[in-house]
Design a protein around this ligand. Structure first.
Ligand code: GLU
Length: 497
């Protein structure tokens, strides 16, 4: 049977198998995403399995964190520790009996043996190999009469066929490794827990996993896995090796300092899960067409192992920001309003002037200026939002345009008369037509007459108290007729005081 026929006849089963050793970073989520999408695309099964046999490295709370992170991004599983399933349990620490069962099978076949050596003995073998300038290989010291395995000694695989390894990877094609990659490795440690090398293979077998989707750090151990598949007489699964996620400079693998942080930190910063999904999907894969914005459904529809890249894709936060902006644009107006409100600081939220209608009005202004929720927090911290809700406080000199044509001698009086005239024009506008285009139209000829900067700048300053803010027409519309006029009057009073 060729590979494709085999593929057609078997239900596709993939799994994500994280170790609960801390928070889930974006690399882990990307692995889960590809494994999940492949199963979904093929009406297969996606399993979440927790690989918790290294009790020393386990960090409390990691499992719920993993679950929360995957759910946030929209990945769901058909079987897993929280929902059970036909292959339960889904935590390796609860599957020790299975590993013992397969260990026993290997012992009976003469393919596994108890390791009788003490640490000191192993050390002396290692030292001797070093002195003789040859690699230390456990298989050079196989005991002639190993003791009966009682669980207190490590159990090792006896690799009888020491040969060059060759296998096929769905992404990288044919891979090979020399004999030196094979040595009698530990299956079960003296503490009773299996090694990753052993138990993931037993689990994949029992859970009928067809495709192993994981990153490239497991390539060097694959010859050992192959030896174990052979020893157990089981068919090899498909290997799908994802490229690593690289640091922004593209030269090294992404480390914690370059942004490989807790995926839920991105949630806190205001990235949308759909944007994070989109961003991760493209690190290491690209579609046939050149679209850059994609929904999870579209991704599932077009995801293909053949389009996974061989080499690592860089982590580019600017790209993530851009994608987030694109996804924010796709939200409904109401959702955008909720988003803006969510990131306003409590100090603003509790102001009586913070009304739904102001939030409604400032939403497009805020959305235009941000990439993510945290930018709204920053805008507020920089005072770029408070003036919508509170009268600004400023110094009267700031009301003068820097290239003002107003003569020094009577400048306060002149500017106040300009503003008074502006107030007069605005008063004439009906409240319902107090809209930026209309305000602009009504003020424009007067502004041209006296010099635009000499009225638009002071108006803007009177309304916002800031050098940089939206134009005065937009501000006036958002603040409404009476608040706009009241702020302009405050400026006039300040000038003639
Ligand atoms: N527990 C392994 C890890 O967290 C999983 C590797 C695999 O997918 O086989 O890296």
């Amino acid at each position: 049977m060729n590979r494709n026929m085999k593929k057609l006849s078997k239900k596709i089963v993939t799994r994500f198998a994280p170790s609960p050793t801390g928070y889930l970073h974006i690399g882990g989520v990307r692995t889960a995403l590809y494994a999940w999408a492949y199963a979904k695309k093929n009406n297969g099964t996606f399993i979440l399995r927790i690989e918790d046999t290294d009790k020393e490295r386990e960090v409390e709370g990691s499992i719920s964190h993993i679950i929360e992170s995957l759910k946030w991004i929209g990945i769901n599983w058909d079987e897993g520790p929280d929902i059970g399933g036909p292959n339960a349990p889904y935590k390796q620490s609860e599957r020790l009996d299975s590993y013992k069962k397969y260990a026993q099978i290997l012992i009976e076949k003469g393919l596994a043996y108890a390791d009788p050596y003490t640490q000191e003995e192993l050390e002396s073998f290692r030292k001797k190999a070093d002195e003789e300038k040859r690699p230390f290989l456990y298989r050079d010291h196989r005991p002639e009469n190993p003791p009966v395995w009682d669980g207190s000694q490590p159990l090792r695989l006896k690799i009888v066929d020491i040969k060059q390894s060759e296998w096929f990877d769905e992404v990288r094609g044919k891979l090979t490794a020399g004999e030196e990659a094979l040595d009698d490795f530990i299956l079960i440690k003296s503490d009773g827990y299996p090694t990753y090398n052993f138990c993931h293979i037993v689990d994949d077998l029992e859970m009928s996993v067809t495709h192993i989707v994981r990153t490239d750090e497991f390539i060097s151990s694959t010859p050992k896995f192959l030896a174990l598949y052979d020893a157990l007489g089981i068919e090899r699964p498909y290997f799908v090796t994802l490229p690593p996620i690289m640091a922004p400079d593209g030269k090294k693998k992404l480390g914690k300092r370059d942004g490989a942080k807790d995926v839920l930190d991105y949630k806190k910063e205001g990235y949308l899960p759909s944007a994070m999904f989109n961003f991760l999907a493209y690190i290491g894969w690209s579609p046939e067409d050149n679209r850059e914005i994609i929904t999870p459904e579209e991704f599932i529809g077009i995801f293909d192992l053949a389009r996974i890249h061989k080499s690592g894709g860089g982590f580019n936060i600017d790209k993530l920001d851009w994608i987030n902006r694109e996804h924010l644009k796709k939200l409904s107006y109401e959702e955008q309003e909720e988003y803006v409100f969510k990131y306003l600081p409590d100090s603003l939220k509790k102001l009586p002037t913070l009304t739904n209608s102001i939030i409604h009005s400032i939403t497009p202004i805020v959305m235009e200026r941000i990439s993510k929720g945290e930018d709204i927090v920053k805008m507020a911290e920089d005072g770029e939002l408070a003036y919508f809700f509170e009268k600004p406080i400023y110094d009267k000199e700031s009301l003068f345009f820097k290239s003002s044509k107003i003569s020094e001698s009577d400048k306060y009086k002149t500017l106040s008369s300009y503003l008074e005239h502006a107030v007069f024009i605005l008063t004439e506008i009906d409240e319902r037509s107090f809209l930026k285009e209309n305000i602009k139209e009504k003020l424009w000829s007067y502004a041209e007459e006296i010099g635009r900067g000499d009225i638009l700048w002071p108006m803007r300053y009177a309304l916002s108290g800031l050098d940089k803010s939206p134009d005065p027409f937009t501000l006036a519309e958002i603040l409404g007729k009476s608040e706009t006029i009241s702020r302009l009057n405050t400026a006039i009073e300040l000038l003639i005081k």
